[in-house]
Write a protein that binds this ligand. Sequence first.
Ligand SMILES: [Zn+2]
Length: 260
Amino acid sequence: MEIIDSHCHLDDFFYEGKIEEVLANAEHASVTKMVAVGTHPKDWEFYAEFVRNHGHISYTVGLHPLVAKKEKELDQLSIFLEKEIKPVAIGEIGLDYHRLPHEQQAKDGVIEFQKLIFAKQLELAKANDLPVVIHSRQAFDDTFDILINSDIRGDRILFHCYGYGVPEMEKLKSFGTFVSFAGTLTFRKEQVEPLKVANPDKLLIETDCPYLTPEPHRPKPNEPAFIRATARFAAKTLDMSENDFCNLTYKNTEKFFALK
Ligand SMILES: [Zn+2]
């Protein structure tokens, strides 16, 4: 059995001197591939270098809606699309309305900026024929509208860390979109029904480590090895063997990111 962590952040492990241990734990847990997801030029820089010596890790570049500060940061994206080892997607990008300012004008400003940065990155993804990893929190309708307007094919889109309900899942399903579940699945009951109605051929799993540690590993910081707990939970929910579930999500992840 092999498993892919389709969304992880590895830079902090490196800076804390824990990366070798974390990668060894992952190997021990049969996590044979990982997709390290970018949020800002600083981590893109790190991943572009790091993957040179770690052939089983791929990376993406994108400005996270809560991390992007200036439109100018977008200019740096195209540099990475010329790198020796190219990113496998643009992401994570999207909209996050979870903690908006209360004051109306400030709130409108933040939303407008997030939408602008998001739309521009979708254009770049389209121009470079890359899939997109979407971060969307409390902003489903706006996220979906912008995606529809971008003209990007549904099967080139991945909603990571799925946190919406069944109606939203149905909408994404009919659009052919990929969805990924994180460790929150193991302790947030409201994620169980959306998982059950998800299209199995468009289903991925991830850790989003060092965040969102699954049970029974909470409150430890999350790491790729812990994806096994999420896989076990999801397999049980879907009445599948852990082995079949891992094979399924492995194939889906390879397909979405065109991993070799
Ligand atoms: Zn993430």
